[in-house]
Write a protein that binds this ligand. Sequence first.
Ligand code: 13P
Length: 251
Amino acid sequence: MKRKPLIAGNWKMHLTIDEAVSLAQEIAKSSQGLEDKEVMIAPAATALAAVADAVKGSPVIVAGQNASWEQQGAYTGEISPLMLKDAGAGMAIIGHSERRHIFGESNAMINQRILGALSCDVIPVLCVGETLDEREEGLTMNVLELQVCEGLEGVSSLQIEQVVIAYEPVWAIGTGKTASKEQAQEAHRFIRGVLGDLYEKRLAEQIRILYGGSVKPENVDDLMAMPDIDGALVGGAALQSDSFDRIIHFT
Ligand code: 13P
C-alpha cells in the first residue's frame, strides 16, 4: 500500500499576516507540479484566511493549529472546526505537545477535538510523543499506545482513513536533537501496530504517520527513507522558504 507523503509546516505563534502571506506564496510556488506529495501549512489563526487566499489554486493545504470540539458557543479563545473551514482550512493539528504540556490538554480533551474536527470534515493531525523522562524510564511505547488509543476513541473505521498521526518526541522539538531514523522508525512501526489492533490491518497500512522534531534539510532524506515514515511535521525549518522548499523536495 503506497501512502502519499505529507510535508507539513507548523508555524506556531510566529509571523504577522503580511509575513505569513509572503511565505505562503513562496511555498505555493515551490509546490507547483508536486503530484506525488502533499504539502500543508498551519499559520496562526489571525493569518488563516489571508494565507488560504494566497495559496488558492496551488496544491497547498491550509490547517488550523487546534480545533474546538464544539461548532459554536461560549468558549472564549477557542476556534471551531466550522470556523476553520470558513477561513479556508481543510486540516487541523490536534494534541500538539505544546498544547498537552504548556496548556494542559488531556487525551480525553484531545479526543473530543478529533471527533469535532471529523464531524465537520476537517482532517485532524493527531500528535503523540513521549517526554525525555518517559523515554529514559522506558515508557515510550506505553505513552504512545495510550495517546493513540484514547485520542482515537470513538473514531470509526470510515473516519480513520482521513486521520493523520504525527509522532513528535517532545525531547526533539525545537532542540535540534532529532530522533535517529531508527528510533523514529521503531516508534512509527509501533504506532502502526496499535492502529492495526484498533482497526483492520488494511486500514492501519493506509494511515499516514508523520515524524516531527527538528526536521531539517540535512536530515529529511534519511528520515523519509524509513518504511513507516510518511511525512514530516516541521516547526522551525518551516519558517524559511528555502529550508522548507528543500524539505518538500526530499529525495
Ligand atoms: P521543530 O521542527 O522546530 O523541532 O518543531 C517541531 C514541531 O513541533 C512541529 O509541530
